[in-house]
Design a protein around this ligand. Structure first.
Ligand code: NAP
Length: 627
C-alpha cells in the first residue's frame, strides 16, 4: 500500500465508524458545492487519474459492503441523494491529502491561489501540529473552501451586493497569504447604507413582534445549518482553531435565537398616577437606525449580539466589520437574505483600515443614525463617543479589559488550573474577557504554577486553525505578536522568570508563555495583552489581591477561585468589574448581560437587558378623563 492508499483505508474505516444510516439526508446546497469542488480537485490530483478513479470506486464499494443501506445512497451523482456525512468527510480527507496535490483550481474567482512551496511526501505518521516550544513551519497548503454563496466579497446595501472603486485584501493570519479581495467601501457607500436603513426603518418597525421574531429565528436556523462554512471563514480570517470557530458560530447563532424570543417580550408599563383624571402609560419604541462597528476577534458573534437585539426591537442596522474579518459579516448578510429579512434592514459596509475613519465618521455623525453600538478598544471607543456627542446619539460601548484571575489558598487547584487554561488561552488570548493578570496566594502558588505548566505542555498545540488538533492559532497580525514579545521582554528585564514559552515564531505566532515573579510595575499587568501570555503575581492577603485587581481604569471581567463562601461574597462585591466568574473561567452566554464598568464601556449586550439598548421609553400622559 502506498501512502495515498493507506490514508484512504484509514479514512474509510473512520467513515464506517461515523456513518449512521439515520443521518441520510438530501444533500444541502453547500454540501453540493463541496462535492463539486471535490470533483474539480480530483481532476487535478498529481497521482494518475486511474489511481484516483480506482480509489474512489474502491471507497464507494467498501462503503456499500459495510452498510447495506448505503446501497441506496448514490455517491458520485451530483444530482442525486447522498449521505449528509459522506461528502464533507471525503472533502476533509482531501485536505489531508493536499501535500500530494500539485495544482489546485477552484472556479471561485475571489479565491486567490497560493504557490505551493514544495510537493512534500510527508509520512502519514508525522505530526502536522507543533508543540508549543518548537518552531512553527507551515508544512502543507491551507485553502479556504466554502460554499460560493457564503463567500461574499461585495458590500451589502439596501438588498443589493455592491462593488466599490477599489478592493482590499483579506489575509489568513497563519500563513500571511491573501484569501480574498473585498469591496473597499467609503463614506459615500456608508451614507447610502444609512439612507437605506432609514427608509427601511419605517416599514420594519411596523412588522409585528411575532413577524420579526420568525425572521430572526430563520436566520438562526440558517447559521446553524451553515455552521461548518461559517466556522471556516472565521478560522481563515482571524486564525481561530476550528473547534473554537464552531463554538463562535454557535455563540453567534444563540443571540439570534435569544432575541427572536425576546422580540415578543418588549412590554411597556402602566404607572399609578398622582392625579385622578389621568393615566400614565410607558411605551417602548425602537430608536431607529443603529450603526454597528465590530472587532476582528469575534467576527460573527459581535455582530449578531448587536444586530439580533436591534432587529428584534424594530431597528435597522448598518454594520462596519473590522478590516481583518469582513467575510464573516458578509456571510451573515447572505444568510439574512436567505432568511427573508427585508432589504435595507441589515446592511454591511466593509472597508479597509485607511477608509475606516471616514466611514466611521458617517456612521457616528449622520443625523439619520439614532444609535451607535461599538465593540473594540477603549481608545477607539473614546473617539466614537466624541463623534456621537454632536448629535447626542444613544451609545453602547463594549471596550477593552484587564481581567484579574485570583487564586486564593482555599481554591481547588485543579479547577483553578482548568479555568486559567480556558480563560487565558481561548483564541490565543485574544478575547476581551481573557484573564490578563494572575494573582496567586502564597500558600497555593507553587502547586498552581507547577500544574499550570504541565497543563500548558499537555494541552497547547500551535498550528493553523484548520488542523484538527490545533489549540493555538496565530495572533491577528505581526503588530499583535510584537506587543506580546515587548511585554515579555519588559517583564524579564524587571526580574520576571520565563517558565514556559517566551519566544516568537514566524509570522504572528507566539509561544504560550508562563511568567512568574511578576510585579505590578510591569507592562503585562498594566496593559491588556491580547495574546498568550500568562503572568503570575504572588500575593499574601485578600485585601492585597483586591487592591491589585482594582488598580486599573477598566473593569470588564474578573475571575477568582475560592471555596470559602464568605470570601466568595466579599470578593464578588468588591471586584470593580461588570462580570465575575467564580470558580469558572468561561462566562459568556446569551442569557447573561455582557458588559463592563469604568472605561470598559457603557450598556449591556445579550440577556433581557440587551434589547433595551435599542429602545426609547415614551411616557404618555392620558389626561382629562372623567373617571
Ligand atoms: P479597534 O482597533 O478599536 O477596532 C474595532 C473596530 O473599530 C474595527 O472595526 C475598527 O476598524 C473600527 N475602528 C477603528 N478606528 C475607528 C474609527 N476611527 N472610526 C470608526 N471605527 C473605527 O479594536 P480591535 O483591535 O479590532 O479589537 C480589540 C479590542 O476590542 C480589545 O481592546 C478588546 O478588549 C476589545 N473587545 C471588547 C469586547 C467587549 O465586548 N467588551 C469584545 C471584543 C473585543 P478597522 O478594523 O478597519 O481598524
Amino acid at each position: 500500500m502506498n501512502q495515498f492508499e493507506e490514508l484512504l483505508a484509514l479514512e474509510v474505516r473512520r467513515y464506517e465508524h461515523l456513518y449512521n444510516p439515520t443521518m441520510k439526508a438530501v444533500l444541502h446546497e453547500d454540501q453540493h458545492m463541496v462535492y463539486k469542488s471535490w470533483q474539480e480537485i480530483a481532476k487535478t490530483l498529481e497521482t494518475p487519474a486511474e489511481l484516483c478513479k480506482a480509489t474512489w470506486t474502491n471507497m464507494r464499494d467498501r462503503f456499500t459492503k459495510a452498510k447495506g443501506r448505503m446501497k441506496k445512497v448514490k455517491i458520485g451523482d451530483a444530482g442525486g441523494k447522498k449521505s449528509s456525512r459522506v461528502v464533507p468527510q471525503l472533502y476533509l480527507q482531501l485536505q489531508w491529502l493536499e501535500p500530494h496535490i500539485k495544482h489546485r483550481k477552484t472556479t471561485n474567482p475571489h479565491i486567490k491561489h497560493r504557490k505551493r512551496k514544495t510537493t512534500t511526501n510527508m509520512p502519514l505518521t508525522q505530526s502536522r501540529l507543533f508543540p508549543c516550544q518548537s518552531t512553527v513551519t507551515m508544512q502543507r497548503k491551507y485553502s479556504l473552501d466554502v460554499c460560493a454563496q457564503l463567500l461574499r466579497t461585495q458590500g451589502y446595501i439596501d438588498g443589493h451586493w455592491i462593488s466599490a472603486a477599489s478592493t482590499f485584501p483579506v489575509v489568513d493570519p497563519a500563513t500571511g497569504e491573501e484569501i480574498a479581495k473585498v469591496a473597499d467601501c467609503g463614506p459615500a457607500e456608508a451614507k447610502q447604507a444609512v439612507n437605506a436603513a432609514h427608509k427601511a426603518f419605517y416599514t420594519w418597525k411596523q412588522y409585528t413582534a411575532k413577524e420579526r421574531s420568525i425572521l430572526l429565528r430563520k436566520w438562526f436556523d440558517l447559521l446553524t445549518l451553515h455552521k461548518e462554512d461559517l466556522a471556516k471563514l472565521i478560522t481563515f480570517e482571524c486564525g481561530k482553531p476550528m473547534k473554537e470557530s464552531l463554538g463562535e458560530v454557535a455563540y453567534a447563532a444563540s443571540f439570534l435565537e435569544w432575541f427572536s424570543e425576546e422580540a415578543r417580550r418588549v412590554y411597556g408599563d402602566i404607572v399609578p398616577p398622582a392625579a385622578k383624571d389621568r393615566k400614565i402609560l410607558l411605551l417602548k419604541q425602537p430608536v431607529g437606525v443603529a450603526s454597528i462597528i465590530t472587532p476582528w476577534n469575534f467576527p460573527s458573534a459581535m455582530i449578531t449580539r448587536k444586530a439580533g437585539a436591534a432587529l428584534a426591537a424594530g431597528c435597522t442596522v448598518v454594520v462596519k466589520p473590522a478590516e481583518d474579518t469582513p467575510l464573516s459579516a458578509l456571510a451573515l448578510a447572505e444568510l439574512a437574505v436567505q432568511a427573508g429579512i427585508p432589504a435595507g434592514v441589515f446592511n454591511v459596509v466593509p472597508c479597509s483600515r485607511e477608509k475606516t475613519p471616514s466611514v466611521g465618521e458617517v456612521l457616528c455623525t449622520d443625523p439619520l443614525v439614532g444609535k451607535i453600538s461599538f465593540t473594540g478598544s477603549t481608545a477607539t471607543g473614546k473617539i466614537l463617543l466624541k463623534q456621537a456627542a454632536d448629535t447626542v446619539k444613544k451609545v453602547s460601548m463594549e471596550l477593552g479589559g484587564n481581567a484579574p484571575f485570583i487564586v486564593f489558598d482555599s481554591a481547588d487547584v485543579d479547577k483553578a488550573v482548568a479555568g486559567a487554561m480556558a480563560s487565558k488561552f481561548r483564541n490565543s488570548g485574544q478575547t476581551c474577557v481573557c484573564s490578563n493578570r494572575f494573582l496567586v496566594q502564597n500558600g497555593i502558588h507553587d502547586r498552581f504554577v507547577e500544574k499550570l505548566g504541565q497543563a500548558m505542555d499537555a494541552e497547547l498545540r500551535l498550528g493553523h486553525g484548520s488542523d484538527p488538533n490545533t489549540t493555538q492559532g496565530p495572533l491577528i497580525n505581526v503588530r499583535a505578536a510584537d506587543k506580546v514579545v515587548h511585554q515579555i521582554t519588559d517583564a524579564v528585564s524587571q526580574g520576571a522568570k520565563v517558565l514556559r514559552g517566551g519566544k516568537r515564531h514566524d509570522g504572528s505566532f507566539v509561544q504560550p508563555t508562563l511568567l512568574v515573579d511578576v510585579t505590578t510595575d510591569m507592562l503585562c499587568t498594566q496593559e491588556e495583552t491580547f495574546g498568550p501570555l500568562l503572568p503570575v503575581i504572588r500575593f499574601n492577603t485578600e485585601e492585597e489581591a483586591l487592591a491589585i485587581a482594582n488598580a486599573t481604569e477598566v473593569g470588564l471581567a474578573g475571575y477568582f477561585y475560592s471555596q470559602d463562601i464568605s470570601q466568595i461574597w466579599r470578593v464578588t462585591e468588591a471586584l470593580e468589574v461588570g462580570m465575575v466568574g467564580v470558580n469558572e473561567g468561561i462566562i459568556s452566554t446569551s442569557e447573561a448581560p455582557f458588559g463592563g464598568i469604568k472605561q470598559s464601556g457603557l450598556g449591556r449586550e445579550g440577556s433581557k437587558y440587551g434589547i433595551d439598548e435599542y429602545l426609547d421609553i415614551k411616557y404618555m400622559c392620558l389626561g382629562g378623563l372623567a373617571l
